[in-house]
Design a protein around this ligand. Structure first.
Ligand SMILES: C[S@@+](CC[C@H](N)C(=O)[O-])C[C@H]1O[C@@H](n2cnc3c(N)ncnc32)[C@H](O)[C@@H]1O
Length: 327
């Protein structure tokens, strides 16, 4: 477990050393109530930031009800993705050169064209991607030849991110779009209440990636009467739509970390895309769900977070883990 800025930490890790990388970055929500966004504003008082705030105020009230109740997604993220893009973009260029693994990506004309189009369309997303891109390039470098990258996003980022990831690493490496659907808390009456997250899945090598569906916990059939009793007893393989409760507000799993994801979601990911003894990386670790699940399943996990509160929660959750200072 490392405490520090993830880009600094992961740059020092060796190429192709992780079978599974799961990333749950802070979302680009534009919600004004967060401490982190205030910090970003005061540090980066750009015209773009203030027009974001104005534009955001139209829909924020409605979103806040939904998200506060609907899940822990992004709430209380200690850092805003906004405003950090510039410096990281410059570093990201070096990251891509060093990695040398992104096929058409980054300097590729196609990627630049797509990114330019998106920038013109939504500069908020551009800032977010400016933060994420160098980290994704490092993640790609760190991924083993049979490795898989899971990128956990919400509906505001997922579609732009899909297009950019396809251009960055190659569309043929896209494996799945997982939908995690939950149903909890207040529901707006002004639109369909948003109660899902999206997890994009990419593999380093579409011909040689590790995927073991037999190792995955099965789920009950929706209509068990339509299958044989043996099948009903065994349960069915999950599809790409996962109905799963958010972390229950009471109970063993709850750590109190605001953006904590359920172990059940991570368990499937770890079971399917890694073997016992494999190395798993999560450099937006938060409460350490990936680490807790991975170590219970006999994998070695490397976790990074720059928030001391996250490190404290992880220490308690995984007393056996070593904590290393920022490099
Ligand atoms: C959405 S939370 C992850 C929650 C996690 N999946 C869980 O189950 O608890 C994102 C985390 O990324 C961390 N983070 C954001 N930017 C970071 C950076 N540049 N370096 C390290 N950690 C960062 C935040 O502190 C936060 O804990």
């Amino acid at each position: 477990m490392h405490e520090g800025d993830n880009l600094e930490v992961i740059r020092r890790l060796p190429d192709a050393s992780f079978t599974l990388i799961y990333l749950d970055p802070p979302f680009n929500t534009g919600r004004p109530q967060e401490r982190s966004i205030e910090t970003a504003r005061s540090r980066h008082p750009s015209p773009a930031a203030s027009s974001d705030a104005r534009a955001g105020s139209l829909s924020v009230r409605e979103q806040r009800v939904d998200e506060t109740m609907g899940g822990s997604h992004g709430l209380g993220d200690p850092v805003s993705s906004r405003g950090v893009g510039g410096a990281d973009r410059a570093r990201g260029t070096r990251g891509a050169d060093a990695a040398g693994v992104v096929r058409r990506g980054f300097h590729g004309r196609e990627y630049e064209r797509i990114r330019g189009d998106l920038r013109a369309y939504d500069d908020r997303f551009d800032d977010y991607w400016g933060f994420l891109e160098p980290r994704l390039l490092e993640a790609w470098r760190l991924l083993a030849d049979d490795g898989t990258l899971y990128l956990h996003l919400d509906y505001r980022e997922a579609h732009y991110a899909k297009v950019l990831m396809d251009a960055l690493v190659g569309r043929e490496r896209f494996l799945n779009e997982l939908i995690w659907a939950y149903d909890y808390g207040a529901k707006t009456r002004k639109r369909w209440p948003t109660k899902h997250d999206t997890i994009l899945v990419y593999v380093k090598d579409p011909k040689a990636y590790w995927f073991d569906s037999d190792a995955v916990d099965r789920e009950p059939y929706m209509a068990p009467g339509l299958v044989t009793p043996e099948k009903a007893e065994r349960g069915k393989l999950p599809t790409d739509v996962w109905w799963h409760t958010i972390v229950p507000t009471t109970g063993r799993e709850k750590t109190g970390y605001p953006t904590q994801k359920p172990e059940g979601i991570l368990r499937r990911i770890v079971q399917a895309s890694s073997r016992p003894g494999d190395r798993v990386l999560d450099f937006f670790a938060g409460s350490g769900t990936t680490g807790a699940v991975a170590s219970a399943l006999g994998r070695d996990a490397v976790l990074v977070d720059h928030n001391p509160e996250a490190i404290a929660v992880m220490r308690e959750r995984m007393p056996h883990a070593r904590v290393l200072p920022a490099p």
